[in-house]
Design a protein around this ligand. Structure first.
Ligand SMILES: C[C@@H](O)[C@H](NC(=O)OP(=O)(O)OC[C@H]1O[C@@H](n2cnc3c(N)ncnc32)[C@H](O)[C@@H]1O)C(=O)O
Ligand SMILES: Nc1ncnc2c1ncn2[C@@H]1O[C@H](COP(=O)(O)OP(=O)(O)OP(=O)(O)O)[C@@H](O)[C@H]1O
Ligand SMILES: [Fe+2]
Length: 577
């Protein structure tokens, strides 16, 4: 099978030919794994370089209009050389349908339709973000990895579950590359800024900048304005570049680790143009090595925007029969990866793995030793982080966790009693609560209680900061070794797994892990708590809807509708900026 790929979402006018002798290995229908060493990919790219400022959509589209026909012609000539026998030189034409800049996408779409019609071969509409992740899965042979997409206009964590790629976490404002590029424009450097930051950082000293993660979501607006302020105040630019790399990439590495921890998988792949940065790759590799997880980063030509990844995913789609008619082949500038019906993978595959409790538990942040009635949580140094940043985060979070765990209990939310705190060493001793994580026994009742608990916190001006299904403990089996009176809401001491009367069950649910929490009265922060919990449910539950309905019902039983309204706004925000 030979596929032509065409890419042109923003800056890279690119065409590629992908050829494989074993197309069946590209779908889950067979047990075979693709063998990249015997496949063949050529990529021909022509980048658009703005004269000044960032990418201008109209100029970029003009670039596509002249460059796309050339790169397509070059790779088709290559395909013709490799082709023997009758029939068309390629078996399908794959193109980036979105996300991206509308004017650029339309040119790519038109070119793809024209070639497909001339050759009389099928058209394959590829989601660019899913292509950024599938190229890493293809090359690594990993089964069901978490994928960190670190590109210009995007930044998110994806995991496959139940026929779709779920967004486990993402930027709440700009993409990671765009954030870096905005800073470099501010200091007068030409586009793209990412590689220049990497070069400058080689000669700089670390400076502290704001670090913002909320569960597996994160935001760059605070750090970017602080970086600009530092530049305006005369801090050497190379020092700010070190601060930016160390802070932003530590944030991405932390959320990637949290996604590994939440899903239980031990495979991570990297995608996107910022993935070319050696420091980011080094941090991710180190984190994975220390957790015993496997890590794969494709080589740079497959990380930055390129048609090779489009052609490889196009081949998977053609093998699965996932073709587009010309009439339905319109482009979509806001095409989200979680909108894609993943036809080339089995519905029973999942990023979520069975959870095994073997004594010492490895969370994303800490190691936790579980005793008979005590739990010792140690924030061990993370060697992938700059030592100053590491020290600051461990100290701040240990203090916040001890204080907020107690504040939350005073506000009426069940949390473990804090028995001892050592902020310098980053160690807290807690009472042991529950006998399982909510992730293992996810019921509507418990989700209702989590909703009510979060609202109670918010009413008291506290946000949890990381309310995932692994940061809620439940008393699952009566007579287990957790605390509480062992009765469910019906008072019948029954197993609660199938008991979803929507009434909640406060005696058996506990919130833990307040290390990312803080005091705030902002509706936006409150809505983010709900969003973080909802994402963790969506990433792993087979049927998330009843659980999310229960969550909201529980929230409304205590909290304000304004927060639910804001949650809707958070969910619907266009994130491709
Ligand atoms: C939708 C699509 O058009 C978009 N594409 C895109 O953003 O191009 P990509 O090639 O994935 O990433 C470009 C970004 O990658 C950054 N970049 C490139 N090399 C870098 C490096 N060594 N260090 C840091 N950033 C780097 C650039 O500054 C730029 O912001 C996307 O994937 O989000
Ligand atoms: N007080 C407690 N009682 C019972 N189990 C606990 C307690 N504290 C932690 N655990 C167990 O240890 C696991 C990890 O704890 P915790 O979430 O606090 O660590 P973490 O490293 O911050 O995790 P992450 O950042 O991945 O959420 C929990 O999911 C839970 O199973
Ligand atoms: Fe991209």
């Amino acid at each position: 099978m030979r596929i032509l790929g065409i890419e042109g979402t923003a800056w890279a006018a690119s065409a590629a030919v992908f050829e494989t002798d074993d197309p069946d290995a590209l779908t889950s229908e067979t047990d075979r794994t693709p063998d990249p060493s015997s496949d063949h990919v050529v990529i021909e790219s022509n980048p658009y370089q703005p004269e000044s400022g960032g990418i201008h959509p109209r100029e970029a589209a003009e670039h596509m209009a002249t460059a796309i026909p050339d790169v397509v012609e070059t790779v088709l000539a290559h395909a013709a050389e490799r082709h023997d026998g009758p029939g068309p030189v390629v078996d399908g034409v794959a193109f980036s349908r979105g996300p991206g800049l509308g004017p650029c996408l339309r040119i790519v779409g038109t070119a793809a339709r024209a070639v497909a019609q001339t050759l009389d071969v099928p058209l394959l509409g590829v989601n660019h973000m899913v292509a950024h992740l599938e190229i890493g899965r293809y090359q690594s042979g990993f089964d069901s990895p978490v994928c960190l997409n670190a590109s210009g206009a995007n930044a998110h964590l994806l995991g496959y579950h139940n026929g779709r790629y779920r967004v486990l976490g993402e930027t709440m404002d700009t993409g990671v590359g765009n954030a870096i590029d905005k800073f470099t424009r501010h200091v007068g450097w030409s586009h793209p800024g990412g590689p220049k930051v990497e070069r400058a950082a080689a000669d700089g000293e670390y400076v502290d900048l704001p670090y913002v993660v909320k569960g597996m979501d994160f935001s760059f607006s605070g750090i970017m304005s602080a970086a600009k302020d530092e530049a305006d105040a005369g801090t050497p630019v190379e020092d700010i570049c070190v601060g930016l790399q160390e802070t932003i990439f530590a944030m991405l590495t932390e959320v990637a680790e949290r996604a590994l921890s939440l899903t239980g998988t031990d495979e991570l792949v990297l995608g996107g143009g910022v993935g070319q940065n050696a420091r980011l790759r080094e941090m991710l590799a180190e984190m994975c090595e220390q957790r015993g997880a496997k890590f794969h980063a494709p080589e740079p030509r497959f990380l930055r925007d390129n048609a090779g990844m489009i052609a490889v995913l196009g081949a998977r789609m053609l093998t699965a029969g996932d073709t587009l008619s010309v009439e339905e082949s319109s482009v979509d500038p806001n095409f989200r990866p979680d909108q894609v019906a993943v036809t080339w993978r089995g519905t029973d595959e999942s990023v979520a793995r069975a959870y095994t409790d073997d004594g010492a538990i490895r969370g994303a942040e800490a190691t936790v030793d579980i005793g008979t009635d005590e739990v010792v949580k140690r924030r061990v140094p993370k060697t992938y982080r700059h030592a100053d940043l590491d020290e600051r985060l461990r100290r701040e979070r240990t203090k916040a966790e001890a204080r907020l765990t107690s504040d939350a209990r005073r506000a009426g939310v069940r949390t473990p009693i804090v028995r001892d705190v050592d902020p310098v060493e980053g160690v807290i001793t807690f009472q042991k609560v529950g006998d399982a994580d909510l992730a293992e026994h996810l019921t509507a009742d418990a989700a209702y209680t989590v909703g009510a608990y979060l609202a109670t916190l918010h009413e008291a001006g506290i946000v949890h900061g990381d309310p995932t299904t692994r940061n809620v403990r439940v008393e699952h089996s009566v007579g287990g070794n957790g605390v509480g009176d062992g009765r469910d809401s019906d008072g019948d001491c029954g197993n609660n797994d199938n008991d979803s009367d929507g009434a909640g069950d406060e005696s058996r649910v506990f919130l833990i892990d307040f290390g990312l929490g803080f005091h705030t009265g902002h509706v936006e922060d409150h809505a983010m708590d709900l969003h973080v919990f909802a994402q963790s449910v969506e990433g792993t539950a087979d049927d998330a809807k009843p659980l999310l309905d229960a969550l909201e019902a529980g929230y409304k039983s205590v909290g304000s509708d304004a927060v639910i309204d804001r949650l809707r706004a958070v969910e619907s925000r266009g994130r491709y900026r």
